[in-house]
Design a protein around this ligand. Structure first.
Ligand code: CS2
Ligand code: MG
Length: 402
C-alpha cells in the first residue's frame, strides 16, 4: 500500500489545530494531530515543506521504518517541532493500518487491558468557593478524578483558571499575555484549597493539581510535604524538568506523587526521572512525543519502574490526538489516568469521532483505526488565527516559568 498524497490542514474551530492527512493507492487515508500550541505553523511547514514530499511512494504499512527514517534521517534529532511532525505521520499510518486491517487501533496494539479509560476533568475557580462549585459539578458528572486550579489572593493572574464562562484556553489571539506570579503567595494559599476540597467532598475522588513548572526543587519539596494530609493523586510539573536530577530533592522530602512530561518529546527527556523512580506518572503525549510508536517505548520503559501513564489531554491537542490516546490508554498495561478537558463544539463538528464519555470513563469506540476523521470542507471555514501562550513574570518583573 503506497502513500500517494500527504496534506497539512490548518484550521481554527474555536482554536488552532494542525492535521496531517495521508492518502494511499488503495483508497485508504489516515490522519494525525500536529498541533503545537503557539507554534502551529512551524510544524505545518516542517511537514509540508520537508516531510510530506519524502512520504510519497513509501509503503504506508512500514510504520517503524518510516519513524526511524524521519527521526534519524533529519540528522537534527528531537525537539517539539520535529517530534510533533513525526507524531502526526505516525498517528496517520497507524490509522491507515487499522482501517486496512478493519480493526480499532487498541486491538492492533494488543487489545483492551481494562473496560474503560478513567479521565480527569478540570475544576477551576477565581476563588475557593467557585472552584469548589466546579469540583461539585464534576462529581455530579461522575468524574472519579478531578484537577483543581484556583486564583490566589493578591495575585493579579494565575495559571489554569478560565477568564470567563467559556472553556479555559491559555493562548491569547495575536499577542503574548504577561501574567504575574508569586511562589510565596501560592505556597501559603494552595494547601488551604486542598483542605477545603477534602473537608467538603472527602477522599472519594482523586484530587490532582498542576503546579505548571513554577517552583524551585526545594519549594516543590515544601509544597509536597505540606499537602500530604490531602492525599493528592499527583502534583504535576512541580519544577522545570530539564534538570531531571532536581527531582531527587523533592523525592527526599515528600511522598506526594509526582507527574511530569507534557512538554517532553522523547524518551531521553524522562530516562533519568523514570529509572531513578523520581516520578510516578509520565505525561508525555502522542502528539508531542513522536506518536504511538515512540510513546509505546516510553510506556514500556516506564513500566519497568512502576511508573504509570497520565497522558496530557488539553483542548489544545486536537480531537485526533484524543481519539488515538484513548486507544493507547485502553491498551497500555501501566495506565494511570487520561486528561480530558473537552473541546469547543465547532471543533467536535470538524473532527467527527467514535469515542464516548460516561460518568468519568471514556472508550475509543470500535471504528477501524483511531476513529477520528476531519471534515475538510468545514475545516476550511475556520482560517488560522495566530495565538500565543502567555509568559509569567515574578512581581519584581523577572521573567519566570509560565
Ligand atoms: C496544562 C496545559 O493541561 C495541562 O496540564 O499544563 O493546559 C498546558 O498549559 C497547555 O497545554 C499549554 O498549551
Ligand atoms: Mg500541565
Amino acid at each position: 500500500m503506497k502513500i500517494i498524497r500527504a496534506d497539512v490542514i490548518v484550521t481554527c474551530p474555536g482554536r488552532n489545530f494542525v492535521t496531517l492527512k495521508v492518502e494511499t493507492d488503495e483508497g485508504i487515508h489516515g490522519i494525525g494531530d500536529a498541533t503545537l500550541n503557539g507554534r502551529e505553523l512551524a510544524v505545518a511547514s516542517y511537514l509540508k515543506d520537508h516531510v510530506c514530499p519524502l512520504l510519497i511512494g513509501r509503503d504506508a504499512s512500514r510504520i517503524e521504518d518510516t519513524w526511524q527514517f524521519l527521526y534519524k534521517g533529519a540528522y537534527w534529532r528531537r525537539g517539539p517541532v520535529t517530534m510533533t511532525a513525526i507524531a502526526a505521520v505516525d498517528m496517520a499510518l497507524w490509522d491507515i493500518l487499522g482501517k486496512a486491517a478493519n480493526m480499532p487501533l487498541y486491538k492492533l496494539l494488543g487489545g483492551a487491558s481494562r473496560e474503560g479509560v478513567m479521565v480527569y476533568g478540570h475544576a477551576t475557580g477565581r476563588d475557593i468557593p467557585e472552584a469548589l462549585d466546579r469540583y461539585a459539578e464534576h462529581i455530579e458528572e461522575g468524574y472519579k478524578a478531578i484537577r483543581i486550579q484556583c486564583g490566589v489572593p493578591d495575585m493579579r493572574s494565575v495559571y489554569g483558571v478560565s477568564k470567563g464562562e467559556g472553556m479555559y484556553e491559555p493562548a491569547t489571539k495575536g499577542s503574548v499575555e504577561e501574567q504575574s506570579w508569586s511562589s510565596e503567595k501560592y505556597l501559603d494559599f494552595v494547601p488551604k484549597l486542598f483542605e477545603a476540597v477534602r473537608d467538603k467532598f472527602g477522599f472519594d475522588t482523586h484530587l490532582l493539581h498542576d503546579v505548571h513548572h513554577r517552583l524551585t526543587p526545594i519549594e516543590a519539596a515544601r509544597l509536597g510535604k505540606s499537602v500530604e494530609p490531602y492525599r493528592l493523586f499527583w502534583m504535576e510539573d512541580p519544577t522545570p524538568a530539564e534538570n531531571q536530577a532536581g527531582f531527587r530533592l523533592i523525592r527526599e522530602h515528600t511522598v506526594t506523587p509526582i507527574a511530569v512530561g507534557e512538554v517532553f518529546n522523547s524518551i531521553w527527556d524522562c530516562k533519568q526521572l523514570i529509572e531513578e523512580q523520581l516520578i510516578d506518572y509520565i505525561r508525555a503525549t502522542l502528539t508531542h512525543a513522536g506518536g504511538i510508536t515512540h510513546l509505546k517505548r516510553i510506556a514500556d520503559f516506564a513500566s519497568l519502574y512502576q511508573v504509570r501513564t497520565g497522558c496530557h489531554g488539553p483542548s489544545d491537542l486536537s480531537p485526533v490526538c484524543m481519539g488515538a490516546a484513548l486507544h493507547f490508554d485502553l491498551w497500555v498495561p501501566n495506565f494511570g489516568v487520561q486528561e480530558y478537558m473537552g473541546f469547543p463544539d465547532e471543533a467536535l463538528d470538524v473532527f467527527p469521532h467514535a469515542w464516548s464519555f460516561d460518568r468519568g470513563m471514556m472508550h475509543p469506540g470500535e471504528a477501524p483505526g483511531h476513529g477520528v476523521d476531519i471534515d475538510e470542507k468545514l475545516a476550511a471555514k475556520y482560517p488560522y488565527d495566530p495565538a500565543y501562550l502567555p509568559v509569567a513574570r515574578l512581581e519584581d518583573g523577572t521573567l519566570w516559568n509560565w
